[in-house]
Every structure is written in C-alpha cells, then in structure tokens.
Design a protein around this ligand. Structure first.
Ligand code: PEP
Ligand code: MG
Length: 907
C-alpha cells in the first residue's frame, strides 16, 4: 500500500459541467460518486460537490483518523471553496450560508447499510441567517433540529444500540408532543422546534460529555470519519458477507451542496421517468409538487401534479377532474414552469441516450433553478421491461444482446399470470376509477390493514395510502388499492417493483378504518366483500371477474425468439399431463425432460388398481393388477406424446416409496379391505410392512423396479405401445425411458435389460418398431462419482438435483423446512439450496458427472430436471457446465429460455 504517496488524488470534484471523475470509475468513486461525476460531465446540473475516494477509506482503516485527515485536509478545503464559488454561498457564513450533505457510496449500492448526514453547516448563528435568507423561520429551525438529530445519531454515537433501547431524540419529541397534545411532527410550532434544538443538545452533552460542535469544519471532519466508520458497522459487514463483497473495497464519501424544494412557490421537487414504468410506453412522465421536499411526493399526503401536459390530461380524465379545474388547481409543470420543463425534458432525453436504458430521476427546483439529484436505471413491471428492451432495440439505441440482458428473467413470471377475460369484463360493473399504477388483474376480498392481508385466501389491500411498514402485507395481497397518492406514490412504486396489480389515487373512495368500510357514490363495501382491480385501466370492479391464461404475443414473443437465437441450451419442461405439456409447448418448451409417472396413479380410478398391485401377495396377483393399470398408463402416454409431437419426451419409471400409495387412516383402510375382499388385519399388516424409517433413502426408485420387475415391464410396455399407436396415426413420438435413483452401473444394467427385452417383445408382437433411448437420472452422489461406468450403458443423463441436493447436504427434503429458514436467517446458508443450486458443492458433482460421462461417450446427452432447471443462476451454471438442456415447470419455461440466452451472451 502506497502510504507515502502524498501526491495522489484523493478528492474528485464535480459540478458546473465539469468533473475530475466519470462513470467508469465506480471502484474508486463508488457508484453514486461516479454517476454524479458523469452527469456533471455531460452537462446535467447536479448540486456541486466532491467525492473522497474509496482508497481513503482503506487508508483510514490502516492509518487512523489524524493521519488521514491530514492527507485530505487541503484537498477538501479547496473543494469546499469550489462549491462555494459555484453556489455563491459560503460554508459557515451567517448571512449567506452553504449547507452540505455527507453521504456514503460504495462501488455497488448497499441501500440503507451506511450513514448519511444532511443540512451540515448549521449552528445557532447560521440558523438565524438561513431563516432570514429564506424568509422561512420554520424551515430553518426544522432543518437545524433534523441536523442535530442526524449528526447526534451518526457521528456522536447517540443511536440506540439495541432495539429495546430508547432513542433519546425520539423520546424528547414524544414528550413534547404529549405535553402539547399533538400527534405529528408537522404540528410543532417554531418555538417547539427551538426548544427541541436546545433539548437535543442537552441530551448529547449528558450522554457524551461533549458540546455539540458549533464549528462547521469540525462538523464536516466528524461526518466524513463517521461515514468511513459505517463501512465497518455490523449492518454493513453483514450485508457484505451476504453478497460476497470484500471488506477492502471501502466506501467513498460524497459531499454535496444541499438544495431545497421547499423554499417557496418558485421551488419544488419531483420524480420522473424517461418511459412509462408500468407499461413501457415511450412517454416522458412523472410527478412534482411545488414548495415541497422529496418525501412529500412519495408520501401520498398531497396530490402530486403531472410533469407533462399530456400526462396531466390523462390523469384528469381518470380522476374525473374537469379541464378548467385541472388547469387551475393541478397544472402540469409544462404549463406552470415551461422553461424549467423544457430544460428537464432535455436532460431526460440526454440521460436515457447516455445510459441507454429507461431512467428514473429525481430533481429539485430551488428558487427557479433546476437541479438533478439522481438518475438510475428505473424499476419497471415485467411488461414494461419487455417493451422497453424491444423498443430500445428497434430505436437502434441497443443491440440484440443488450436487449436480452435488459430482461430480468424472474420478472417474466408477471406476464404469465392470468388476465381478465374480455367477455367477463364487458359485463362487469365498474364502481370507481383510480390510476393504473401497476398492471395486472386482481380479484379478492377487501382488507383494510396490511397485517390482515392473509385473512382470506385472496385479498385486496385497501388503504388511504401505504407506507414502508405495509410491505409484507402488500406482498401477500393479490392487489393493492389506495384512495390517495399518484403514479409515484409509495403504493405505486412498490407494487410495480413487486409486479403486483395496483390501482392508486382513487379519490372518490372514502375509507373508514375504524368501521372497516369503503364508501363510493353512496354505496358501502365491507371487509370481506369481493372486488376486482384492473391495474391496466385503473378500473375498480364490483365482485369477481373471470380470468383467462395469457398468450405469448407481441414484444414478449419477439424477445423469446431472440432468446432462442442466442441460447446454446434447449429448454424442456417437467410435465405429467397432456394439458401441462400443451401449456409448456405454447411457452416454447422443446420437449419434456421429466414425466413423473407416479402422479398418474393417484387419480381415483387408478389408485385402486395400484393398491391391489401393492397388496398382492403373489407375482401373479401383482401382474393382474398391473394389467388393469396398463391401458390407463398407455393412454396417458399417448396424450403426452401427442401434445409433444415430434419432440423428445423423457418418461421416468416409478420412483416413490410404495407406502405413499396405501391408506393410513382407519376408515379408508376399512374401505380397501371391503373392496378387495380381504381382512382389515391384512391391510393393516401390509401398511405396517411398508412403513420405513427413512423413506427418502428407502425402497424407492430403481429399487422398486428391481424388486418388482413387473412394474418396469408394464411401464415400458405402456410407453412403447403408446408410441406405436401414435405412429399408426402418423404422429412421431420420441420416448426416452429414464431409470430413477441409480447409484451403481449394475442397478442401471438390470433395469435396462428389462426395458430392452420388453420393448423387443412389443416390437415383435406389433411387427413394428420406434426409436427410443434408455438413460438414467444422476441424483445419488455415487452415480456422479461413477458416471464414467454408468455412461457405458446409459444413453443419456438427467441430473435430479432435488435428490442430489438432499443426499449431498444430507438434508431430508421432507424435513429441511424445519431448519433451513433458521439457517438462512442466521446466515449459515445464504439461500435455500433446494431453490438455488449449490454450485460450490452439489455443482461439483454435476460437473464431475458430466465430465466423466462424456469421457466415455463424448456426445452424451445431459440435462437437468430438478427444480433448479428454472432458476436463472442455476441455468447459467448448467450452461457453463455444458449441459444440453434444462427442464422446468411449464410456467418457468420462458424464464429459463431467457436465462439460457443470457448465460451464452455473458460468456
Ligand atoms: C430430482 O430428484 O431432482 C427429481 C427431479 O426427481 P424427484 O423430484 O421426483 O425426486
Ligand atoms: Mg429424484
């Protein structure tokens, strides 16, 4: 480490269309600092400031406070001077003060993990100057009390250490509210705020023995060091560990001039998007409030106004507001401040072109001057994500690969959910209209409180407005409805992020939390009443509305086509019925990777024959029962093969332990005894006999086919006969017969022998043949370890990563639910290995199995059919390992297709 390198640059300035850094310097300046520099460079007016590099954080950790402050003192002082020159104000000046913010900024965003100090530079004298200058005494004193509170918490160690400790500042405020008989911070008088400042300082003195620093420079050094310290706070360390970020990255410190949108009617603040975050439509849009602070726009307390005239007119139409009233009471920024609007419009175009993605920006107008505070790639719904990616491609802003990389595979799930049936919608009664905040179709029973969102199976969380505490309830509800708040309200933004249907700002709704009622146009709805929300139109509909399945069309179909162009792996599906096979095929599945035959035996007419087979004492009796099952299995396979015409279908032989098929309750055992004309005792004995200590490691998989070869014979016959029957109809079936739970070559060989001899018999009987493969699941560690031996016989491998995970970790699939959540909470595991493939451990077996298998058969077809086949990170791993395909449930097929393409592109 270059401790002695006194001359290197440690502070990078930005502002006034210049910057020492740029967006490529995220490692040195942190994400926020690099983007602020970049914006300044391309001529976007960001409040001027400077970034102290992440390297200084590391130097601080090694050299300590005094040495580091010495190293940066000169540069920081000059950089503050630079801010003063640009802003025309002065740090610490009592007439014309400069106030600043001090924020952390690591190379990746670590939301809420580190510390921030706002309004820095205030003291007893400066506050008076600020009040005079802004002509707003309340604003000045409110800023001052917030500053002392934040500084006290972050720099002076006043923050309570545990949840049970009382925050001294909150306690002081609560006491004052109680004394004054008020509830809200906004109800404090100017005198109250002055008293708070006094009491806060007193509390600091009492706890730390120190006076609150009045010298702005002292305040600044303290804040810089506190931000560095926050890199090593418990929260930040935990977050870093969870995400695998190394400790030596360090955080940068961003120091910036404060700007205020609440300085009067020539000030304001807002949020805007370069495209519609709900639909993806290419229209600039957003909301603002005059004389307000950032939180006021998203808090949903005041009705925000639209930025563009077009947006404002659309909004008024939905809110049923007359044009004259709109223009008078809720004018757009475009009408109210046309020059500012034009400037903002230019910046939004510039930023989108520059970052080549939809931007979500925050701005503040301070006394007639526009400042851009932040830009970032905007959060969007699944539908918007797909449309924006394809539009940017068509506009020539990005190429095909970049378009695919803009897709977050899991978000496609939103597009696969049911939509309202247009026929049912025509007959529906619309009771009110809100804003189409987040698209989708939701039908559910009304609940008014987030913690009651799971009171019924399907709920619509109905609120005047939502707040961060409602997050969990919002997630549980089928849809969200609010009476207040615009398109950027908390409810709207969060719902879009979750891909949840949301109608916001339905002003005609009167919600009474106490009575738990919703009144609209004189009609009263109660908790538990059914309503439906159309998140695409903002319609609120009485009762339930029928839904239909969506189709892959438009931009969604286009992006899927692109995915297939770049993906190296194929995507198959796990399907046990013709219907599932059909759905998967409509989502682009290129075959079936796993048909679990056991599911077919649970249907009412089959379970009886299955039980007869299990209860039979003799081979003859068992064969008789299997003969009854044969035609049913055959017709199942015909249906599935037909749905997958021309594509490969992997059919797995019976896998689960037999006790799963016998009744365990006395009543059903009695029924069975009667039906089979045997004693209840005999049934009970058989059930007891089938009981196992560890069924997951017991008599299942190929162990069944080896002990009861008749089962393998029947299933093989059903498969081959079904394929031959279809052949007669001119339909091509491509069965791949798969042996489950193989651990040794001998197990596989024994089953293969039965399969091939049965097939031969059927071919002879029918005087016809079809092509088929015989392969195996690799789901026992020993199979992966001896894959080279097994591959001598097996024609394909399919990794059953559910069992492979179970047996590699030694976590029972049936019991892991008891301890895995705790493991995840405690950070022992970062994710559930049954959901996301454990590449470090189980992944080694997948790699080894593939390599060993192909060392014998270089072209061996290898796939995966465990749940991981539809999980994007695991799909990427499968691509890197050279698998031929992944197989997943029908609704995950589009997700896996994009994940497979992205894996190939990223390589
Ligand atoms: C597996 O074990 O991964 C698998 C696909 O089979 P099952 O889940 O049916 O055991
Ligand atoms: Mg398995």
């Amino acid at each position: 480490m270059d401790k002695l390198q006194k001359t290197k640059t440690r502070v990078y300035r930005f502002g006034n269309k210049t910057a020492d850094g740029n967006s490529s310097m995220k490692n040195l300046l942190g994400g926020k600092g690099a983007n602020l520099a970049e914006m300044s460079l391309i001529g976007i007016p960001v409040p001027p400031g400077f970034t102290i590099t992440t390297e200084v954080c590391t130097e601080y950790n090694e050299l300590g406070k005094e040495a580091v402050l010495k190293l940066i003192k000169n540069e920081v002082e000059k950089s503050v001077e630079n801010i003063e020159t640009i802003m025309g104000t002065q740090f610490g000046n009592t007439e014309n003060p400069l106030l600043i913010s001090v924020r952390s900024g690591a190379r990746v965003s670590m939301p809420g993990m580190m510390d921030t100090v706002l309004n820095l530079g205030l003291n007893d004298d400066v506050v008076i100057g600020l009040a005079k200058k802004t002509n707003n005494e309340r604003f000045a004193w409110d800023s001052y009390r917030r500053f002392i509170q934040m500084y006290g918490d972050v720099v002076l160690g006043m923050k309570p250490e545990s949840k049970d400790d009382i925050d001294p500042f909150e306690e002081i405020m609560d006491n004052l509210k109680h004394k004054r008989g008020i509830k809200l911070d906004t109800e404090f008088t100017i005198q109250d705020l002055k008293d708070l400042v006094y009491d806060f300082k007193d509390a600091i003195k009492k706890k730390t023995g120190l006076n609150f620093p009045t010298n702005p420079w002292e305040q600044l050094w303290g804040a810089i060091i506190a931000v560095f310290n926050s890199w090593n706070s418990d929260r930040a360390i935990y977050y870093r560990k969870m995400n695998g970020y190394p400790a030596d990255w360090g955080t940068a410190v961003n120091v910036q001039a404060m700007v205020y949108g609440n300085m009067g009617n020539n000030s304001g603040t807002g949020v805007c998007f370069t495209r519609d975050a709900a639909t993806g439509e290419n229209v600039f849009n957003g909301e603002y409030l005059i004389n307000a602070q950032g939180e006021d726009v998203v808090a949903g307390v005041r009705t925000p106004q639209q930025i563009t005239l077009l947006g404002s007119k659309r909004w008024a139409e939905l809110a049923k507001i007359d044009e004259t009233i709109r223009a008078e009471k809720y004018p757009s920024l475009e009408e109210l401040m046309p020059e500012i609007f034009n400037e903002l419009n230019e910046y939004q175009k510039k930023l989108e072109n520059h970052y080549r993605d939809m931007q979500d920006m925050e701005f503040t107008i301070q006394d007639g001057k526009l400042w851009i505070l932040q830009t970032r790639n905007g959060k969007r719904t699944g539908a918007a994500m797909v449309k924006i990616a394809m539009d940017l491609l068509k506009e020539g802003l990005i190429n095909e690969k970049e378009a695919l990389l803009l897709i977050e595979p899991n978000k496609l799930d939103e597009l696969l959910h049911p939509v309202f049936d247009p026929k049912a919608l025509k007959k529906a009664t619309v009771i009110a209209q809100g804003l189409p905040a987040s698209p989708g179709a939701a039908t559910g029973q009304i609940v008014f409180f987030a913690d009651e969102a799971n009171k019924y199976k399907n709920t619509i969380l109905t609120r005047i407005e939502t707040s961060p505490e409602d997050l969990e309830g919002m997630n549980l509800a089928k849809g969200i409805l609010t009476a207040r708040g615009g398109m950027t309200s908390h409810a709207a933004v969060v719902a879009r992020g979750m891909g949840k249907c949301c109608v916001s700002g339905a002003g005609s709704l009167k919600i009474n939390y106490k009575k738990r009622t919703l009144t609209v146009d004189g009609r009263e709805f109660h908790e538990g009443d059914w309503i439906s929300l159309n998140g695409s139109t903002g319609n609120i509909i009485e009762g339930k509305v029928a839904t239909i399945n969506p189709t892959l069309s438009g931009e969604f179909a286009e992006i899927m086509e692109l995915a297939d162009k770049y993906a190296a792996m194929k995507v198959r599906t796990n399907a046990d019925t013709p219907k599932d096979a059909q759905i998967a095929r409509s989502f682009g599945a290129q075959g079936i990777g796993l048909t679990r035959t056991e599911h077919m035996f649970f249907e009412v007419d089959r379970i009886k024959a299955m039980r007869e087979m299990i209860l039979a004492d003799t081979v003859k009796g068992r064969k008789q029962a299997l003969e009854d099952l044969l035609p049913m299995q055959r017709s199942d396979f015909e249906g599935i093969f037909e749905a997958m015409e021309g594509l490969p279908v992997t059919v797995r032989l019976l896998d689960p332990p037999l006790h799963e098929f016998v009744p365990h309750q006395l009543a059903t055992q009695k029924d069975l005894a009667e039906e089979m004309h045997i004693s209840l005792e005999a049934v009970k004995n058989k059930v007891a006999e089938l009981e196992e200590f560890n069924p997951m490691l017991g008599h299942r998989g190929c162990r069944l086919g080896i002990t009861y070869p008749e089962i393998t014979e029947m299933q093989t016959r059903a498969i081959i006969e079904a394929a031959l029957n279809l052949k007669e109809k001119g339909i091509v079936a491509k069965p791949e017969i798969m042996v489950p739970l193989v651990g040794t070559l001998q197990e596989f060989s024994a089953q293969e022998k039965i399969i091939r001899s049965t097939a031969k018999k059927v071919f002879e009987e029918r005087n016809d043949t079809i092509e088929f493969l015989v392969g195996t699941m690799i789901e026992i560690p020993r199979a992966a370890l001896t894959a080279d031996l097994i591959a001598e016989k097996a024609e394909f491998f399919s990794f059953g990563t559910n069992d492979l995970t179970q047996m590699t970790f030694g976590y029972s699939r049936d019991d892991a639910g008891k301890f895995l959540p705790i493991y995840i909470e405690e950070g022992i595991l970062s994710v559930d290995p049954f959901e996301v493939l454990d590449q470090e451990g189980v992944g080694q077996l997948v790699e080894m199995g593939t390599k060993k298998g192909r060392s014998v058969k270089p072209k061996l077809k290898v796939g995966i059919c465990g749940e991981h086949g539809g999980e994007p990170k695991s799909v990427e791993f499968c691509h890197r390992t050279g698998l031929n395909y992944v197989s997943c449930s029908p609704y995950r097929v589009p997700i896996a297709r994009v994940a497979a393409a992205q894996a190939a592109i990223k390589e």
